[in-house]
Design a binder for this molecule. Structure first.
Ligand SMILES: Nc1ncnc2c1ncn2[C@@H]1O[C@H](COP(=O)(O)OP(=O)(O)O)[C@@H](O)[C@H]1O
Ligand SMILES: O=C(O)[C@@H](O)C(=O)COP(=O)(O)O
Length: 423
């Protein structure tokens, strides 16, 4: 089926987040890991390409996104969505703005919108300022993010240094008046030459207004939530067949593994909660891994009953992470952990595991690559923004969930595994 909306996401967990919200509609969503080497075939109405471009050099991110755009156009898409983090993770150089401008140039469009709001996960925008729960972005834990510390909460000020053309705002007073008022505001801003429009949203109802007003723009940009109403609107517009088939959940053996490389506060709580259920667990120590490799972890895993879904985790308190980073360097500490979790993933698969719960964005990249997964079908959501996905690895059908560090409730791991049996 020709693709109706072509989406490009700047990281893997963000891509499954977007795909999961689109799949709430029941319409088939397909997610490609990286830009496919082959021309489009067996395409879905919603195609998402997951890139690992959030912190890549700007030129690299722009080039990779351009390749993704070309592939999605070949798949038939005429409308496009650029997905970045709901906390607007970026630096003064990019990559949100430069990629958006490059996409706009390629699509020949003079205006796009920016809406990272995700009310279900506590992200809202008012008068152009982004909030995480009740805290302005710059006062939230995101101020200390290791790669993209967010030290300003104002999206216009964050975006301005990243783009060459004027930035403006469509504020909540306009959005509250409905799609017609928002469309009129966007037109007025376009007449004034404003290319980049931040749009306020504090609730899902605002996202519906925005999607309604912007659904025919060549390019929309934002977090996952503003794309969520699009399938329903496209169905209404006749762009999508109502009987578009959903994803078929494969029959999977119940052997499972949980792999956690995220050190976020929420993931640490999820690790503790899962261990409290009595699940077998093994902690990775980056210093040990740097000297001896993952053999001890692999030996532990090899002795486990995979029907009990053992947990292997490196998740640690900030002081422990800092100690490992001080000794090994930040990059090396991350690499040894990611390599070990990747090795555990393939070992678990070879031992019969068919269900994988993975916590952490970088971790998800490492595990997905090790499992040589190139395409995911999107299934049921476990928590807002975290779906089960289905794919092939090593000739076997497997289920994989890639959880962003900040997402999910404390019982996420057990809930995820239970959900596969009760769709
Ligand atoms: N104990 C640890 N010490 C140092 N680095 C760690 C430790 N545990 C995990 N890491 C690394 O921290 C990074 C966590 O990033 P990521 O997987 O993206 O999680 P999140 O989504 O929470 O940001 C990974 O590179 C991981 O390998
Ligand atoms: O929009 C979001 O918050 C997520 O989809 C996302 O991008 C997550 O990134 P990580 O926290 O780095 O996994």
């Amino acid at each position: 089926m020709a693709t109706v909306l072509g989406c490009i996401a700047d990281d893997f967990t963000g891509a499954t987040d977007l795909a999961g919200l689109l799949a709430r509609s029941g319409v088939r969503v397909s997610l490609r890991i990286g830009v496919p080497d082959t021309p489009p075939s067996d395409t879905a109405p919603f195609e998402v390409i997951a890139l690992k471009s959030r912190t890549a050099p700007v030129a690299e991110a722009v080039a990779e996104t351009g390749r993704a755009l070309d592939w999605l156009r070949a798949a038939g898409a005429q409308r496009f969505f650029w997905k970045y983090c709901s906390t607007f993770d970026s630096t003064a150089e990019g990559n949100i703005g430069p990629v958006a401008e490059a996409l706009m140039a390629a699509l020949g469009t003079d205006q796009t919108i920016y809406c990272p709001a995700f009310p279900e996960n506590g992200r809202s925008i008012y008068m152009g300022n982004l909030f995480v729960g009740e805290q302005p972005l710059a006062e939230s834990p995101m101020k200390d993010h290791p790669l993209t510390p967010m030290r300003d909460s104002n999206l216009m000020r964050l975006l301005e240094p990243q783009v060459t053309r004027p930035v403006g705002l469509a504020n909540h007073l306009t959005v509250a008046q409905g799609a017609g008022a928002l469309a009129a505001r966007l037109d007025a801003l376009a007449r004034d030459g404003v290319a980049h429009v931040v749009v306020d949203a504090v609730a899902d109802a605002d996202l519906h207004v925005i999607a309604e007003a912007c659904r025919d723009l060549p390019l929309m940009t934002g977090g996952s939530a503003v794309a969520m109403p699009l399938p329903g609107l496209y169905l209404r517009d006749g762009l999508l067949a109502a009987d578009a088939p959903g994803v078929t959940v494969p029959a999977l053996a119940d052997k499972a593994v949980v792999l956690s490389g995220s050190c976020s506060a929420m993931t640490r709580a999820q690790v503790a909660t899962y261990m409290a259920t009595g699940a077998p667990a093994h902690q990775l120590d980056p210093l040990h891994l740097a000297d001896h490799g993952p053999e001890a972890a692999l030996a532990w895993l090899g002795a486990q009953d995979l029907t009990r879904a053992p947990l292997i985790y490196a998740s640690a308190e900030p002081a422990q992470v800092k100690a490992a980073q001080d000794t090994l360097g930040t990059a090396r500490a991350g690499e040894v952990v990611e390599a070990a979790l990747a090795a555990c993933a393939t070992a678990a698969r070879d031992a019969g595991a068919r269900r994988f719960v993975v916590a952490g964005g970088e971790t998800s990249g490492a595990v997905t690559q090790a499992l040589a997964v190139d395409r995911l079908d999107i299934g049921a959501e476990i928590a807002p923004g975290v779906p089960w996905t289905f794919c092939q690895s090593g000739g076997h059908p497997i289920a994989l969930t890639l959880k962003s560090g900040n997402f999910g409730a404390e019982d996420f791991f057990a809930t995820a595994l239970a959900k596969l049996d009760t769709p």
